[in-house]
Design a protein around this ligand. Structure first.
Ligand code: NAG
Ligand code: NAG
Ligand code: NAG
Length: 214
């Protein structure tokens, strides 16, 4: 009897400890990122590939604004980034200094449970999310704390709030996520960003994962 009760309690305890879900490795979506302290905000479309550590963010252009808008392709395994400025119509190639950021739940993250964004009172008024917190340390030794949410069903990223003494707090939200990469050429640099010779060889140079790009 006691053993049965104990097993039952253990069963409940195990069932109640949320398990980290696995985010699809490739997806696309709209992102909105803001950091007041850094005077930084970004609204654009993100294509994300955790298999080969690459991402592309194309800013959403606000017609009539005098701000600069960019199309940024970041190839983290090659540590190179192509930054195209829509207004100046020029492209800068630069070395990536920051580490790859993974939008999946890390094994060291702590669960903050589950909750509905919106409400569960009526059908379609809320989305059930799983909430996890953790931290990572940059090469500069600054520690960044974060709390992130993913949809309970499908494990798709919903938001990430980060905080550090040095950079302040940022809030990143994801919308309208689709799984997979719709345009297979999205991780090829724009024509403006490469030489004629590189453009000729663009699939061999840029599409093959882990190729060294200089
Ligand atoms: C692109 O154009 C802007 C504005 O004219 C200029 O400040 C910048 O240096 C240019 N960058 C490159 C890589 O030519
Ligand atoms: C970072 O996360 C680890 C693992 O969850 C935790 O043990 C540690 O206390 C955290 N460090 C800071 C500075 O919050
Ligand atoms: C970061 O901390 C490690 C260990 O404490 C140290 O060896 C390294 O030099 C530090 N790096 C920077 C950029 O301060």
């Amino acid at each position: 009897m006691f053993a049965a009760l104990l097993l039952c309690l253990v069963g409940i305890a195990v069932a109640q400890r949320p398990q980290p879900c696995t985010t699809p490795p490739q997806w696309e979506g709209r992102v909105f990122d803001i950091n007041e302290q850094q005077k930084f905000s970004l609204e654009g479309k993100l294509s994300y590939d955790a298999v080969y550590h690459r991402e592309r963010i194309v800013d959403e252009i606000d017609e009539g604004s005098t701000a600069d808008y960019y199309d940024v392709l970041s190839l983290f395994d090659s540590r190179v980034e192509f930054v195209y400025n829509f207004k100046a119509r020029n492209c800068t190639r630069r070395e990536i200094q920051r580490p790859w950021r993974d939008f999946g739940i890390r094994p060291t993250d702590r669960s903050y449970g589950e909750a509905y964004i919106g409400s569960s009172v009526f059908p379609s008024t809320g989305v059930l999310v799983t909430i996890w917190a953790g931290n990572f340390t940059l090469p500069s030794n600054d520690t960044i704390d974060y709390v992130s949410t993913w949809t309970y069903t499908g494990c798709l990223p919903v938001s990430r709030t980060t905080y550090s003494d040095k950079f302040g707090s940022s809030h990143l939200s994801f919308y309208d996520i689709t799984v997979g990469i719709s345009d297979p050429n999205v991780f090829i640099p724009r024509r403006e960003c490469v030489s004629a010779e590189e453009w000729e060889n663009r699939y061999a140079l840029f599409d093959v994962p882990h190729k060294k790009i200089h």
